[in-house]
Design a protein around this ligand. Structure first.
Ligand code: IPM
Ligand code: MG
Length: 383
């Protein structure tokens, strides 16, 4: 008897479809080897959704997600086409943010690892890389400025003092934009638990990022995280202001184990951390909600975007998408052995010298430049 898992595969735009194809290839290899049964259903999202059904997240695609055990996502967004529709209907908001909110995916895990073989792709000097970079960014994903209300752009009159004898003030019509940063105690508590639990399985250190010297949100964040830390006596907690955190990532990235961030800071710092791993094309990400029964529903996507400039050319690195399937097997399906097999297979392909353009350097004479397809084939074969 084999275990069946339902997967909604939403490839999206740009390089999405070609890296998704390789990820599915690898899943099929894993399925055979571990006697699992993946029911993979593909559906359009992003501009592909708009073209197919008039919406970035077509109703049928959302329904499919609801019936699935996990969502394997590619990437969405084609900035060139943005001006043709209102901002609320664009894929980033209407598909990605909508799915996060709809499924309560509050915990975003972004592991950043620099494999030894790719040290050259890291922008930092070797001595700053220490024994290797291995950071887990835990980003809160459904709160803060992304979703806080009010959120709007409105007409506004600003006072413009005139330099005349009467000290006249002219009211000038302009616009103003408002975003609201808001967090409740329970929202901070639940993401803090995720960070401490993850750290307990790693190097047992949480660096909590905030701006407590300026923001009310920062003060509350620091308070709540400090309280939750008492439940995890084995894990060391350190607080860091976000500006310093950005700097420390460049100066001494090896000091970080788990970085706990609110939504916006996590968005920014996870891209910065990702640069350390040499290429966004290597980084997977998992967005998790509450566990229901035995399964934790999750959303799995590469950290990078749609890269329209290289789309359809067999140039994209499929590793981030492939590693995302490993996270899916681990977090949503509890299939640790199968997840480990995918990660080992990726390691094998890298060790064998296979490189897509983003991680290739001619200086490495044992490296061989390959395309999206060849990389996927090699990893599937290694499984
Ligand atoms: C990310 C992306 C998204 C975000 C965009 C595309 C809305 O940058 O997942 O990090 O800001 O969360
Ligand atoms: Mg981002």
């Amino acid at each position: 008897m084999s275990t069946t898992f339902k997967i909604a595969a939403l490839a999206g735009d740009g390089i999405g479809p070609e890296v998704m194809r390789e990820a599915i290839k690898v899943l099929r290899a894993v399925e055979k080897k571990f006697s699992l049964n993946f029911q993979i259903t593909e559906a359009p999202v992003g501009w592909a959704g708009i073209d197919a059904a008039g919406k970035a997240l077509p109703d049928a695609t959302l329904a499919l997600c609801r019936q699935s055990d996990a969502i394997l996502f590619g990437s969405v967004g084609l900035p060139d086409r943005d001006p043709t529709i209102p901002k609320e209907e664009r894929p980033e908001r209407a598909a990605l943010l909508r799915i996060r909110k709809e499924f309560g995916l509050y915990a975003n895990l972004r592991p950043v690892q620099l494999p030894k073989a790719l040290a050259h792709a890291c922008p930092l000097r070797p001595e700053r890389q220490g024994d290797g970079i291995d950071i887990l960014v835990v980003r809160e994903l459904t709160g803060g400025m992304y979703f806080g209300q009010p959120k709007k752009t409105e007409d506004y009159f600003h006072e413009e003092p005139q330099v005349d004898a009467n000290a006249t003030v002219i009211m000038k019509r302009c616009q103003r934009a408002i975003d609201t940063m808001v967090y409740t105690t329970p929202e901070i508590e639940r993401i803090a638990h995720v960070a401490f639990k993850a750290a307990a399985l790693r190097r047992k250190k949480v660096t909590s990022i905030d701006k407590a010297n300026v923001l009310e949100n920062g003060v509350l964040w620091r308070d709540v995280v400090t309280k939750i830390a008492r439940q995890y006596p084995d894990v060391q907690l350190e607080h860091m202001f976000v500006d310093n955190g950005a700097m420390q990532l460049m100066l001494k990235p090896t000091q970080f184990d788990v970085m706990l961030c609110e939504n916006m800071f996590g968005d920014i710092l996870s891209d910065e951390a990702a640069a350390l791993a040499g290429s966004l094309g290597m980084l997977p990400s998992a967005s998790l909600g509450k566990a229901t029964g035995e399964l934790t529903f999750g959303f799995y996507e590469p950290a990078g975007g749609t890269a329209p400039d290289i789309a359809g050319k067999n140039l994209a690195n499929p590793i981030a998408q492939i590693l995302s399937t490993a996270l899916m097997l681990r977090y949503s399906f509890g299939q640790n052995a199968a997840a480990g097999a995918i990660e080992a297979a990726v390691g094998k392909a890298i060790a064998a010298g296979l490189r897509t353009g983003d991680i290739y350097t001619p200086a490495d004479t044992s490296a061989k430049k390959v395309g999206t397809r060849e990389m996927g084939d090699a990893i599937a074969a290694a499984v």
